[in-house]
Design a binder for this molecule. Structure first.
Ligand code: XMP
Length: 519
């Protein structure tokens, strides 16, 4: 009987190979299919989400933030790595700036405010009160530094009061000799534990200043941050770190051409050399058409110059594209042409493959070539991620993070609602800002170009921590339903079936008046 029911299930709920082979005439995306549930002894909270993308690049959650200029700079990359994922810093900025963005992530000390707000000894307390009022600071204690950044004292919140307004900071501050500091070098491998110990040993002191060997201010710990982080540490998914315990960080590079239209080898190598020096964990050769000579030559050149560097390359949607990039030395390959929420490639150029079919085809070539796959674009909900992870090693998301406070860009208010800008890297505005090469166009924005992305808005969302908590919860539920303890088991156990148009409607809330979304 069990054998009969098993074979009944397997006729309808098919393995990826059988399912996609049977659909060979039709390209499918996330909503076109669903996953069958299976006998499970796995509780969602016990599932493991770690994924190895390349030798030396291990993430604790399979989620990457997109290399887009409205999604990932250092702040986003830090938040992603702290949650166990990876951020890819975009390249629509001067090369020098991209280097320092990577440094910010690599030198980020969790809990340490790297650039604390400082005041100068000859300022008046009145100026500090005004600063607090204007910038809406929720704190009133400030390190005092001289014109060269050297620490000269600490202005305690106890004296930042209107009654002292006319006094100079130098008269009211705690002088340097009485200020508690620690040398950055003494923070060791676990700065939070070190700061935590300090606060226990010094009752009543809530701020610890970090200085370098020449007494210049390098950072600040507050007791409340340290307590919050110590608490979070007990959480399941640890930050993604390199072998030296620094947060991981990726950076996108473009296949830049020189004035003669040739690949600008020297410039690309010099820049990637700089990124490697700063400790970058992966570079992503990001283009709209990865199965092309320029991208292949760039990947090969980087592989020859940096044999151990994880190289992400793309984007492709064919087995031949995966094979091509793998043979040139890519470690992880981005799959996705046109699925992105701000993409118009399919409309403008008439090309691109719906994401689940593209992922299936690419996954079979990736397995042969022993490279990993990243599902890039089109993900709007955690269920999409579960489906993508049945064929890929991690997902790349843009739109899901573009509304977070950690994404670059200002918040704007329209009709009482708050929004942030989100634009395609192939939109005219982004190409003008530098990303034209990604879409194979000349850098000169005055030339006629056909944009392949739109400029849009995203409603402001919660922090990356909150967005990821929702997504991770969803992925873990999906794995629980399939009885998969880890991502390898998810890939092995996944069974697929097509969904009808009515089935898609049935899957979303229906026939109710919705008062609250699930988030
Ligand atoms: P989501 O759906 O997460 O997609 O917002 C993000 C991914 O979309 C790709 N991307 C583009 N694709 N035109 C395109 O065709 C564009 O202007 C564009 N900008 C970004 C990219 O792969 C990103 O990770």
């Amino acid at each position: 009987m069990a054998a009969q029911t098993g074979s009944l299930d397997s006729r309808f709920y098919q393995t990826a190979d059988r399912f996609f082979a049977a659909q060979f005439h039709r390209a499918l995306t996330f909503d076109d299919l669903t996953l069958a549930t299976l006998y499970s002894e796995i509780l969602p909270r016990d599932t493991q989400l770690d994924t190895q993308l390349a030798e030396g690049l291990q993430l604790n959650i399979p989620v990457i933030s997109s290399d887009m200029d409205t999604v990932t700079e250092s702040r986003m990359a830090i938040a992603m790595a702290l949650n166990g994922g990876l951020g890819l810093i975009h390249y629509n900025m001067p090369e020098r700036q991209q280097l320092s963005e990577v440094s910010r992530v690599k030198f980020h000390v969790p809990g340490m405010i790297q650039e604390p707000i400082k005041v100068a000894p000859d300022q008046l307390i009145a100026e500090v009160l005004k600063l607090i009022e204007e910038r809406k600071f929720g704190f009133s204690t400030f390190p005092v530094v001289d014109a060269k950044g050297k620490l000269v004292g600490l202005l305690s919140g106890h004296v930042v009061k209107p009654r002292y307004a006319k006094r100079k900071i130098a008269e009211a501050m705690t002088p340097r000799g009485q200020v508690h500091t620690i040398n950055k070098k003494e923070l060791g491998k676990d700065p939070i534990a070190r700061a935590d110990k300090f606060f226990t040993e010094q009752p009543g002191i809530h701020k610890l200043l970090v200085v370098d060997g020449t007494d210049h201010l390098r950072g600040l710990f507050t007791m409340s941050d340290v307590e919050r982080i110590s608490h979070e540490r007990r959480e399941q998914f640890k930050p993604a770190r390199d072998a030296q315990f620094r947060l991981v960080c990726g950076a996108a590079v473009s296949a830049t051409r020189n004035a003669f239209g040739e690949l600008d080898r020297e410039r690309i190598l010099a820049h990637v050399g700089g990124l490697v020096e700063r400790g970058v964990d992966a570079v992503a050769v990001s283009t709209a058409h990865g199965h092309s000579k320029g991208v292949g030559d760039t990947v090969k050149m980087l592989r020859d110059a940096f044999p151990g560097l994880p190289i992400i390359a793309g984007n492709v949607t064919s087995a031949a594209g995966v094979q091509f990039l793998a043979e040139r030395g890519a470690s992880a390959i981005k799959v996705g042409q046109g699925p992105g929420s701000i993409c118009t490639t399919r409309i403008v150029a008439g090309v691109g493959i719906p994401q689940m079919t593209a992922l299936y085809i690419c996954s079979r070539a990736a397995a042969k070539k022993r490279v990993t796959l990243l599902a890039d674009g089109g993900i709007t909900k955690s269920g999409d991620i579960v489906k993508a992870l049945t064929l890929a090693d991690a997902v790349i998301c843009g739109g899901l993070f573009a509304g977070c406070p950690e994404a670059p860009g200002e918040v704007m208010e329209i009709g009482g609602k708050l929004y942030k800008q989100y634009r395609g890297m192939g939109s005219l505005a982004a190409m003008k800002a530098g990303s034209a090469a990604r879409y194979g166009h000349a850098q000169d924005p005055t030339q006629k170009v056909a944009p392949e992305g739109v400029e849009a808005l995203k409603e402001v969302s919660g922090s990356v921590d909150r967005v990821l908590a929702q997504l991770i919860g969803g992925i873990q539920s999906g794995m629980g339903y399939l009885g998969a303890a880890n991502l390898e088991q998810l890939r092995a156990k996944a069974r697929f079936i097509r969904v009808s148009a009515a089935g898609i409607k049935e899957a979303a809330p229906h026939d109710v008046v919705e008062l609250k979304t699930g988030n």
